[in-house]
Design a protein around this ligand. Structure first.
Ligand code: COA
Ligand code: AMP
Length: 636
């Protein structure tokens, strides 16, 4: 029997008492005046008046309680051929020392620090050091190009940037420092210092006066005994900014608070993931994504668990047994990753042969999120791992799960295709375009009745208006998730598709609008449409349809290659933009709107209804013919 319904009802009955109870598991320098103030911030704020420090609760609290020798963080890197273990005490000391280094460079409470690093312990140390000082970190994923980094530098205006000399992708070393230099060159804002972690694979060239060597600064701080204490912050002060894709080229800077964030995350470790202090939790993601922020860095440490930082891939580092090797080596209790990782493993090891080579008996649960978990993949994982496979739904904006199967409270029956039930804090409604609830089983926009629970975004950095326009204006009194889906009779949630032009590629969220902005920068491109087309491995892949300017006589194939390169240079390899197709015309409605949905149906070879408003139906046949000629669609 699950306690879920009892616990959800307790939250419904008295949300403030519910979250105040959860907050008492943590340490506060000063308790809140109110659990929730509905008049503060954009839709209310959690724990106003309280003072706390997230890094204290992640590290010092456990050391002070006598658990300093327990392992906090395990770094496992098949690509660097390195493993390291940090006890809570060692991690606290390293964080306190690096916080002193940042302080020495002039970083203080409220200052922003951009972290542009691969999956190395220094990334987590830098995040926690910022949290210790009350500086606001903004981690930028390594797969983004210099121009994307520059946009974030200009928006966040960081005092310092912490970066590494390189990252390691299978088959190539990615030099980060030239990208950083280029980004700073492009940005109007200039950070006063950069702290560079030199990795032996590529040593970065340092810019005198601006760049400082991580190793040298830390050694000097250690020699002088410099350590920074935790700074008392308001619970409502920002902990971090994390940029995510919206519908335009400008990324949205999601702002997280300190107090509410640690309360909800700590609650989730025990009640959702079923993890007790001392157990090993592995989120196979990247610190550049929200899953990495919440479940590699903050939540496992808040809960006193051991977190695994894995610098590698599910396949190719060295083989599709990589995940099972890590599970077995570190006795992992729960694994959290994106379904695409499992599709990659299944493709290379369909019979699950590699799974049988390792002792994975410690693994109790597999959690999947970040994109739709297709039932085939879930069933394959269940069959071979012989453990529950739990799909759960969340967004960068929420910072933690909106709907899931709360294993810690007692698992509910699994229904394939559903992310299960709302977590306490979330009152989910399915709305039609007029903001009215649709009947059970019918699809609409998934909306969350305000207020949002603790850990959800406070606002967008420097842009309260965009927050309101993006999330809370369409349906007054609700947060609009931009996901469409439905609820069934048991209250299970089914996530079907985005309602905007955001696509999901290998669990990474990307804006097709942003890619279109890049494509039209090419001098030969008159107009374009970028769509997410179905892909067996990555879920979706971006495909760009370009119309060339009249009079262009160059070979279209050469132009297609150039636009592919342009997206890689402007947005980065993470966009996985490799399909560009030249077409004579784009299908449009009579009012000039591009029929993206119909084009997607053609590309995915699924039946579609001829739109009544289409201007010229012949264009659809032209598109299909081009896709067939390119081998992207089989004829028929
Ligand atoms: N720095 C630089 N480049 C990076 C990078 C980083 N940190 N991360 C990815 N890239 C590059 C990749 O090398 C690849 O480049 P390529 O076009 O030259 O091959 C490109 O960005 C696309 O990356 P990705 O979409 O991740 O594809 P992949 O082929 O490298 O790996 C998977 C595919 C499925 C194995 C991988 O996406 C994966 O493990 N995903 C599941 C976990 C996850 O990341 N979830 C995210 C949210 S939970
Ligand atoms: P991100 O903000 O990068 O975490 O991406 C959030 C988006 O990913 C959501 O709005 C959904 O479209 C999608 N998503 C996340 N989790 C799931 C899930 N379990 N099932 C279906 N889609 C999901």
């Amino acid at each position: 029997m699950s306690d879920y319904h009892k616990v959800y009802a307790a939250w419904q009955q008295d949300p403030e008492q519910f979250w105040a109870g959860a907050a008492r598991d943590l340490e506060w320098y000063r308790l809140w005046d109110k659990v929730f103030d509905p008049y503060a911030g954009q839709y209310g704020q959690w724990f106003p008046g309280a003072q706390c420090n997230t890094a204290h609760n992640c590290l010092d609290r456990h050391v002070n309680a006598g658990r300093g020798d327990q392992t906090a963080l395990i770094y496992d890197s098949p690509v660097a051929d390195e493993k390291q273990s940090y006890s809570y005490r060692k991690l606290r000391d390293d964080v306190a020392i690096f916080a002193a280094v940042l302080r020495e460079r002039g970083v203080a409470k409220g200052d922003r620090v951009i972290i542009y690093m691969p999956m190395v312990p220094a990334a987590v140390i830098a995040m926690l050091a910022c949290a210790r000082l009350g500086a606001v970190h903004s981690v930028v994923f390594g797969g983004f190009a210099a121009a994307e980094l520059a946009t974030r530098i200009d928006d966040a205006a960081p005092k310092a940037i912490v970066a590494a000399s390189c990252g390691i992708e299978p088959g190539r070393i990615v030099a980060y420092k030239p990208l950083l230099d280029q980004a700073i060159e492009l940005a109007a804002h200039k950070p006063s210092s950069c702290i560079i972690l030199q990795r032996p694979m590529i040593e970065a060239e340092m810019t005198p006066g601006r760049d400082h060597d991580w190793g040298e600064l830390v050694s000097a701080a250690k020699a002088s005994g410099a350590q920074a204490d935790c700074v008392a912050l308001k619970a409502t002060d920002p902990l971090y900014i994390l940029y995510t894709s919206g519908t335009t080229g400008e990324p949205k800077g999601v702002v997280r608070d300190n107090g509410g964030h640690m309360v909800a995350l700590n609650w989730s470790m025990k009640n959702l993931y079923g993890i007790a202090p001392g157990e090993v939790f592995w989120a196979a993601s990247d610190v550049g994504w929200v899953v990495g922020h919440s479940y590699i860095c903050y939540a496992p440490l808040l809960a006193g668990a051991t977190s695994v930082l894995y610098e590698g891939k599910p396949v190719g580092t060295p083989d599709p047994g990589a995940f099972w090797r890590v599970v077995s080596d570190h006795k992992i209790s729960a694994l959290f990753t994106a379904p695409t990782a499992f599709r990659a493993i299944k493709k290379e090891d369909p019979a699950g042969t590699y799974i049988t080579k390792y002792d994975i008996s410690s693994l109790r649960t597999l959690f999947l999120a970040g994109e739709r978990a297709d039932p085939e993949t879930i069933k394959w994982a269940e069959q071979h791992l012989k453990i529950p496979v739990i799909d759960h739904w969340w967004q960068t904006e929420t910072g933690w799960c909106i709907a899931g199967n709360p294993v810690g409270l007692g698992a509910l029956p699994i229904k394939y295709g559903s992310s299960c039930v709302p977590m306490p804090g979330y009152d989910i409604h399915i709305l039609d375009e007029n903001g009215k609830d649709v009947p059970t089983g019918e699809t609409g926009t998934i909306a969350i009745k305000l207020p949002l629970p603790p850990a959800c975004l406070l606002t967008l950095w420097n842009n309260d208006k965009r927050f309101r326009d993006s999330y809370v204006t369409e349906f007054p009194g609700f947060y609009s998730s931009s996901d469409a889906g439905y609820l069934d009779d048991d209250g299970y949630v089914y996530i079907m598709a985005r309602t905007d032009d955001v696509i999901n590629v290998a669990g990474h969220r990307l804006s097709t609008g942003q890619m279109e902005e890049v494509l039209v920068e090419h001098p030969d491109v008159a107009e374009c449409a970028v769509l997410g087309i179905a892909d067996d491995l990555k879920g979706q892949l971006p495909a760009g349809f370009i119309v060339l300017n009249s009079g262009v006589t160059r070979d279209p194939t050469a132009i297609e290659k150039e636009v592919v390169q342009l997206v890689r240079t402007r947005i980065g390899p993470v966009a996985a933009f490799k399909i560009a197709v030249t077409v004579k015309r784009l299908p449009k409605t009579r009012s000039g709107k591009i029929l993206r949905g119909t084009m997607r149906s053609i590309a995915d070879a699924i039946p579609y209804k001829m739109p009544a408003t289409i201007d010229d139906p012949v264009i659809l046949d032209e598109i299909a013919a081009v896709l067939i000629a390119k081998g992207l669609l089989t004829g028929g």
